[in-house]
Design a protein around this ligand. Sequence first.
Ligand code: WAQ
Ligand code: MG
Length: 267
Amino acid sequence: MSPVYYSLRMRAAGAGRHLSGAERIVLADQAASAAAQLVARGIAHGGQTAEVHCTLEPLDAGAIRRSRLPDVRTWQVPDWRAGRRLALTLLMECGVGESAAARAMQALDRGAAPGGSVMRGAMLVDAQSGERLEDDPARGVRVSRMDLDPACRDALLATLSGAGLAHHRTAEALVLAGKVLHAPGIVAELCWSDDPGYLTGYVATPAGGYQRICPLKQAGDRRGGRALFVDAGNRSLNGLVDYLESQPVLFTAAGTIHPPRPWSDAP
Ligand code: WAQ
Ligand code: MG
């Protein structure tokens, strides 16, 4: 019998706001332990968590696409402001307009949801005009149904960890960016965490892969988020959102992982 894959999603909320979320693709015999892990993560928010929702849904195995993770580069910058300048440079190199990139960074910096709080999902941003395109600016678009292939998950995690990328955030962000980079009309993704202690962020582009920037935010800052830059001339927003939310993608191989390098634009 061929294996049955499930989409497993968790979201945790408290005091009327989103606290954390996660998405996995698991086999039936791993579903209970993976769900328990995500519930544990959802309630580990310093007593703020009021509710944790877990959803388990079978996937059509024939619809699953398999792919390779993006190549990884890590740039060490002198401080978070230099990190933002590098992010701007990388975004402009791949065709995002300067003001569109700057506006998106400003939105993430201030809290991209109405009222300055953190969004549950990603903003969709017109790569030229900088206009926000998502229907719901509080929820954004939640990229879902992607994971390391269960058949090689442990080997891929060992490869990442052997290259100095042991944090679960890195593997999860790499998987998310890997799915995003195959999306129709995507020019780039920009991300930094809402965790006040996790300062590494990234810019991902189809040509440049996954480029980590350490640091990309200031220590102690509780704001973070994601901007997905969309080619204005190639905008089938419904098709794009449907792919991001629903198309299952599993990663079966790592890309090239380059050693960390310093970057500075100081004279
Ligand atoms: N789809 C869309 N947006 C999401 C998703 C998703 N599945 N998950 C999170 N977001 C948005 C949401 O606004 C979060 O507030 C924000 O992104 C940050 O999420 O070492 O940990 O889970 O290479 O805090 C990046 C660098 C870490 C990793 C990112 O994001 C590395 C991170 P977090
Ligand atoms: Mg998260």
